[in-house]
Design a protein around this ligand. Structure first.
Ligand code: SAM
Length: 225
């Protein structure tokens, strides 16, 4: 986890609010208190009899240690998991396929998009990719570069970007900081937006997030998956 000193935090915050965006709106989500990312993963492993799990970004193994499955790989350049590499370096050498991938490494749009596309390449036909931190509630939580400790980054932009292509079917489950759900199936609801990704700002997310992200509840998730 990136360490930020007070000076860097203040400098980045002023820079972001002056040159990128200044918007005060805050969203209130209905994240269930009793259903976490490990519960979702347990549900999917049991329902689909999944055997192979990959986690990108493991930190202190808060999630990795709770995943019960035949084979698990956790990739992190700093701590946790069982492979000490960046996701890019891992994918360059990887030869295994996975049933379920949890992406939670560097929370920056370009890196998350790369992690998703690399994971797709090694995903079993009926596998699933989950992406953490898709639903920031405020400007500061998604600002890049980061100036807050509690941070989702602009992961949401990777979802908005890929929801516009035909080859992937994507939802976002309203739980645990927002979890993107990606399968290798024909897109059943292609998103159309009138701005390129690099012009999107938090205000666009704030006003359109339900449509942009195709938000579903945990109950709806269990009906579909
Ligand atoms: C938010 S933490 C992961 C939390 C964990 N998955 C959980 O569910 O509690 C993010 C982790 O991503 C790691 N990370 C940062 N850049 C990365 C990269 N390029 N590839 C893989 N992991 C990365 C960091 O070292 C950090 O441990």
């Amino acid at each position: 986890m990136e360490k930020l000193n007070k000076f860097t935090k203040i400098f980045r915050k002023i820079y972001y609010k002056t040159f990128v965006e200044n918007f005060k709106g805050k969203l209130n989500y209905n994240f269930p208190e009793n259903f976490h990312r490990w519960d979702l993963i347990k549900y999917l492993i049991k329902k689909n009899n999944y055997k192979n799990y990959l986690e990108i970004g493991c930190d202190q193994n808060q999630l990795f240690s709770k995943v019960n499955i035949d084979n698990k790989i956790g990739v992190d350049p700093v701590s946790g998991g069982n492979i000490r590499k960046t996701s890019d370096d891992f994918f360059k050498e990887n030869k295994s396929n996975f049933d379920i991938v949890f992406i939670d490494g560097l929370h920056i749009y370009e890196q998350v998009k790369k992690d998703i596309l690399n994971s797709i390449h090694f995903l079993e036909k009926d596998g699933i990719i989950l992406v953490h931190d898709c639903m920031p509630d405020s400007l500061g939580k998604q600002a890049v570069p980061r100036y807050k400790m509690q941070w989702n980054g602009d992961v949401w932009k990777a979802i908005v970007d890929l929801r516009q292509i035909e080859e992937l079917d994507i939802y976002t489950c309203e739980m645990d900081q927002g979890i993107g759900i990606i399968t290798k199936k024909k897109n059943t609801s292609i998103l159309k937006i009138d701005k390129p990704i690099n012009k999107l700002r938090f205000v666009d997310y704030f006003n359109n997030y339900e449509e942009y992200m195709r938000v579903i509840s945990v109950e709806k998730f269990k009906e579909i998956f």
